[in-house]
Design a protein. Structure first.
Length: 90
């Protein structure tokens, strides 16, 4: 769903988003399709792949209590680093 507070993604951004969604979850490794989480709203090239639980889950999700993130000692930048490594390995 497109937020009213940001511009729609460009063609290049849409292609990048699809690459991100094809990757496994950057936190728990669940196979895709994943959801693309933007580190900063509207900046699609710094998106990371997250499963629904690691993204929106009230217990594990980045928008929730972030329990699995804390257990695995991960933050958004660490997952972005892993994501870039995976994308460059294609």
């Amino acid at each position: 769903m497109q937020s009213k507070n940001k511009a729609a993604p460009t063609k290049a951004e849409k292609a990048h988003i699809e690459w991100i969604k094809d990757l496994p979850c950057g936190v728990c490794g669940t196979h895709g399709p994943s959801e693309a989480h933007e580190l900063r709203q509207g900046e699609w090239f710094t998106s990371i792949p997250l499963c629904a639980d690691c993204h929106r889950g009230s217990f594990n999700g980045i928008h929730g209590q972030q329990r699995i993130w804390k257990v695995l000692k991960l933050d958004e930048m660490a997952v972005l680093n892993l994501t870039v490594q995976q994308l460059l390995g294609r």
